[in-house]
Write a protein that binds this ligand. Structure first.
Ligand SMILES: *Cc1c(COP(=O)(O)O)cnc(C)c1O
Length: 376
């Protein structure tokens, strides 16, 4: 397939998983059932035995975490401007307001040195994001959170399979008061098509989490039910969970292959092109994406079009969210977060997914050389 169009990402689903999904479809039970339970159990094992609940998306997962953390109207929540907009949208969704903190230009994650100055009296929580799968420094993050009594809701949508200090992301790196939210969207390192999972802290009732997931309903053994809390509708289906179970078997291989491909990029990208490369981390990161910054002055739209003509798909993750009109209407403006703005304007994601060949990396590197203005 080396000479066909190379997308920036593509899921790897094996035949066994496809057969398992077919078995669910034939079983007569296709919504939340035994597969979801098995998936939650397997995810819990991955997360050091902590309680895990599965959801229909990573966004729904984050929103329920906010409600469980009792974040709402009158509260502020600290996060990064360089993330998928879902991270900040859920803050607005529960009636709170985001406080954005500029990124560290090297890691492209929230700058931990700037967090404490941004904390306001009404700040309730921090949502760190592991952009491209490179973990935010958990030791420093939780030192701040504990010192300033803030709840942490890790948006680990991109870092499933990554680790910190040798333990997978999803384990607790705080005092077991942290939430960890995963997404299993089709582009993530582990997918269920659409889906998510929430790892719960020790002081949160998993039953309440389940009620917030499904209309607030509590069921009794005699067939009766009661509703005393407003829940949404964000349960996972057994169809999705069967995909997730099939994917989990390959997680270690997926991550190892992504790391190898990332190494190939470092070896193969011509340094004279002037691209800014990501942090060369081969221990913690799961290499969800391989993102480079185009040289100053490059027209990104033209670059993407040239790469496409050469058969290479390139992504943009992400425009800094404070410049979207929804967020400008809250008072954010150009110049607020200079690192996020410079990087958001120059960043591109190159193809990286487990079924890519080494020769595909070489193809991308040749296309880069042919697509940057100096060589046009
Ligand atoms: C994908 C993603 C989400 C949202 O996940 P969905 O499953 O698409 O709802 C949230 N935050 C980040 C950083 C993401 O990459």
């Amino acid at each position: 397939m080396s000479q066909g169009f190379l997308p920036f990402t593509r899921p790897s689903i094996d035949e066994e998983t496809i057969a398992d999904v077919a078995a669910v479809l034939r079983s007569g039970w296709i919504t939340s059932g035994p597969k979801v339970q098995a998936f939650e159990t397997a995810l819990s094992a991955h997360c050091g035995g902590r309680p895990v609940r599965a959801f229909s998306s990573g966004t729904a997962t984050l929103e329920v975490a906010m409600r469980l953390a009792k974040v709402g109207a009158g509260d502020t929540v600290i996060t990064t401007p360089l993330t998928w907009v879902a991270t900040a949208n859920v803050i607005l969704e529960v009636g709170a307001r985001p406080i954005l903190v500029d990124i560290d230009p090297v890691t492209r994650n929230i700058d931990l040195d700037r967090i404490e100055a941004a904390i306001a009296p009404d700040t309730k929580a921090i949502i760190p994001v592991d952009l491209a799968g490179l973990p935010v420094d958990r030791d420093r993050l939780y030192a701040i959170a504990e010192r300033r009594h803030l709840r942490v809701i890790e948006d680990a949508a991109q870092s499933f399979g990554a680790s910190w200090n040798g333990r997978p992301i999803g384990n607790s790196f705080g005092a077991n008061r942290d939430f960890v939210s995963f997404s299993f969207h089709a582009n993530k390192n582990l997918t269920t098509g659409e889906g998510g999972a929430l790892v719960l802290p020790a002081d949160v009732d998993a039953g309440l989490c389940e009620r917030l997931r499904l209309q607030g309903v509590r069921r009794f053994a005699d067939g009766g039910m009661e509703v005393d809390v407003l829940g949404g509708k964000s349960n996972m289906t057994d169809i999705a969970a069967a995909i997730g179970l099939g994917q989990l078997k390959h997680l270690a291989d997926f991550t190892a292959r992504r790391r190898d491909l990332a190494r190939r990029y470092f070896e193969c990208i011509d340094r004279d092109l002037g691209l800014e490369l990501p942090v060369a981390d081969f221990t913690c990161s799961n290499w969800h994406m391989f993102q480079v910054l185009l040289p100053a002055g490059t027209d990104r739209g033209r670059f993407i079009a040239r790469m496409k003509d050469l058969g290479i798909g390139v992504g943009v993750h992400y425009p800094p969210l404070h410049l979207f009109s929804l967020y400008r209407a809250l008072g954010f403006k150009p110049g607020d977060f200079p690192h996020a703005e410079r990087i958001g304007a120059a960043i591109v994601s190159l193809p990286l997914f487990p079924s890519m060949l080494d020769s595909d990396v070489e193809r991308v590197c040749s296309a880069l050389a042919a697509s940057l203005p100096e060589s046009a």
